[in-house]
Ligand binder design. Structure first.
Ligand code: HEC
Length: 127
């Protein structure tokens, strides 16, 4: 029985550490600062000029039509971001996950890049 307070203190410490870790990730989403940077482009946001470079770097390293098997790192085979047709077909579902910082899996997209992606979807995903 004497071990229980020690274990309790350890668990509390672990819980606090976990909460602190989560805080850094979720605070920016909850206070609305993540993915809300103003996006101002003359003539609007286009796939070719603004979105493709972001998706190529952040998503197509796993989600690409040219990738197969282990090169996809588990990304579902029908979900790709390396062409306009694929990116626009999967634009809204991708944006939802990016806004929740579920994709990319290892590191959230930079807030400004998420804003560009969001503006593009809002503007009807022009090519
Ligand atoms: C390191 C590899 C990797 C990167 C980079 C990556 N993904 Fe994913 N993605 C996955 C894996 C693995 C899954 C399936 C497991 C899951 O849903 O967590 C997935 C699932 C998804 C799904 C859900 C597909 C479905 O039908 O369930 C979408 C949408 C998605 N990713 C979008 C994106 C977007 C947008 C980006 C870039 C901003 C991105 N992913 C970057 C690996 C990746």
């Amino acid at each position: 029985m004497r071990g229980i307070p020690v274990i309790g203190a350890l668990l509390l410490g672990l819980a606090a550490a976990a909460l602190a870790g989560c805080g850094t990730k979720w605070d920016a989403i909850q206070d609305g600062s993540y993915c809300s940077d103003p996006v101002a482009f003359d003539g609007g946001v286009t796939y070719t000029a603004h979105v493709k470079p972001i998706l190529d770097t952040a998503c197509a390293t796993c989600h690409a039509t040219t990738r197969a098997g282990a090169d996809r790192h588990g990304a579902p085979s029908g979900v790709n971001y390396d062409t306009y047709a694929e990116a626009s077909a999967n634009g809204e579902s991708g944006l939802n996950l990016v806004r929740r910082q579920s994709m990319p899996p290892d590191a959230a997209l930079a807030s400004a890049d998420c804003s560009v992606f969001g503006a593009w979807v809002d503007q009807g995903m022009p090519q």
